[in-house]
Write a protein that binds this ligand. Structure first.
Ligand code: GUN
Length: 288
């Protein structure tokens, strides 16, 4: 057996095309286009590339994109004032503060200035709480949403399945475990202290690794036929390396999302979906 390699790039392109049509339909009906404001503070080169890609994707989909670049030496008060102004601006539907922020900034204080109704990243505790309570949330973090979309579009049966998520971060592992639970999977969250990790993972019909340890997940972690999702992105010698040892896992798994070209491209598509959802909610329109 050899795993089906899940083409996240193609699925993300399909999704962006769907979102572009939805934005066009909304504006044709007389609404203002969705608008996304992004704050990029500091000179992290990876963040600059991510933000450029987000801007391009937004503009191509018909989403109005504005970039704010406060200087790297900004204070917490300055960023709080900037994000507060964006939050109060009626013409803006979604706000994203690119992370990480420079060390001198109190990240929590800045993020707290984004109201749940403008939370394009889906990071706000209110939106996380909705997800945790099992309610449909208007927005949710893009990376786990992208994983769920890849599962759905591959017709993976979630109800009653066993899922194991390696990684308990607030933006990937925890929200993904909640999404899988809400989709009626039976979910185990593992982390760096989990004992017998490979044995626990071998029980999974759906195995997700979001721990950031290059090539840690080999065939000994994988139940034959499992759906393996690799969320790892560790830069190594100028390339991005996933958590999954593809050579070892591909002959055992049923499906495998590659790095690059698996979950990564889905994250930006989900940011656009979140922005459209916020815009529809703010205009009193039903979700599509
Ligand atoms: N930095 C790396 N990924 C992300 C993301 O998804 N959102 C934000 N705001 N910052 C990031």
């Amino acid at each position: 057996m050899s795993a089906i390699i899940v083409d996240g790039k193609a699925v993300a392109a399909e999704l962006r095309a769907e979102l572009t049509s939805q934005v066009a339909a909304m504006t044709a009906a007389g609404s203002a286009p969705p608008s996304l404001a992004v704050v990029l503070c500091g000179d992290d080169p990876a963040s600059a590339i991510y933000v450029r890609n987000k801007g391009r994707a937004a503009e191509r989909a018909g989403v109005r994109f504005t970039l704010h670049r406060p200087r790297a030496e900004s204070t917490t008060d300055e960023l709080v004032a900037l994000v507060g102004t964006l939050d109060a601006d009626e013409t803006i539907d979604g706000i994203l503060v690119q992370l990480p922020l420079p060390k001198q900034i109190d990240q929590d204080a800045v993020m707290a200035c984004i109201s749940p109704e403008k939370d394009a990243d889906g990071f706000h505790p209110y939106n996380f709480g909705r997800l945790a309570e099992g309610h449909p949330a208007v927005v949710a973090p893009g990376t786990p949403l992208g994983c769920m979309e890849l599962l759905r579009r591959s017709d993976m049966q979630l109800q009653g399945s066993r899922a194991v998520v390696i990684g308990r971060s607030a933006i990937v592992g925890r929200p993904l475990a909640l999404m899988l639970t809400n989709a009626d999977a039976t979910v185990t969250i593992c982390h760096s202290r989990t004992r017998e990790l490979a044995a626990v993972c071998r029980e999974a019909d759906i195995l997700v690794s979001a721990i950031g340890r290059p090539r840690m997940v080999d065939a000994s972690y994988v139940k034959p036929g499992a759906f393996v999702i690799d969320v790892g992105t560790t830069p190594q010698d100028g390339v991005v390396v996933g958590d999954v040892d593809r050579e070892s896992v591909e002959p055992v798994a049923g499906w495998l999302t590659p790095v690059p070209g698996g979950v990564g491209p889905m994250t930006i598509a989900m940011l656009l979906r979140n922005t459209l959802a916020l815009a529809r909610a703010r205009r009193g329109l039903a979700q599509v």
